[in-house]
Design a protein. Sequence first.
Length: 251
Amino acid sequence: MGESKLAGQFFDAAIGLLQKVRDEEADAVAEAGAAIAEAVASGNRLFAFGAGHSSLAAQDVVYRAGGLALMNLLAVPGVVGVDVMPATLGSALERVDGLAGAVLDSSPARAGDVLIIISLSGRNALPVEMAMNARALGLTVIGVTSVAYATETRSRHVSGSYLKDHCDIVLDSKIAVGDAELTHEGIEAPFAPASTVVTSALMQATMAAAAEDLVRRGIEPPLLRSGNVDGGHEWNGRVMTEYGDRIFFRH
């Protein structure tokens, strides 16, 4: 078989978006990295949250080789991943008022911590409420979203506002409304979403910026190694022990 024209077009689209966010979001990424480094240096904690497919980019920086050991997933039951039945329930829960507040109130998050909230559209009640409540608690909120949705869609939060309106730092993924990069004759719906690729890249770039900032401060970044390389488990055991009071995926 020959090369797929559409596959190549998707790679081109994804590469173009990655170049766009690299160039246009560089300052915001550096600022987000500095905020994370400050929290690490100050003894505070790090959390990441995303609903639906936005949760994939949050999970991508939690408990993984090459990642910061201190990054914790702030999980909302029923909205992280596709483990809820039926799958449509997850989307419905994103619109429920009060859910984010209940999760934050029962979490270890406190003033001085950093919370990264990932929501492509930023229009649902859950991410908006999460950001509002987190800031009220004194957390630094980093939002990862597509700002275009705020001008081309209607908010589903009672305030009429979007995630981007309640963040200390915003990383714009530049994803077009609808999250589909390709169209083709004979295919009725647009397809090939790139939000996961771009949002995960923004998250990893931010973690790299945080590590760089920590080194500038003379602090060894608390990174995890692969458990599939020799010495990896021993290394990770030391890191997890040293920072155990700030890691909440060990119970």
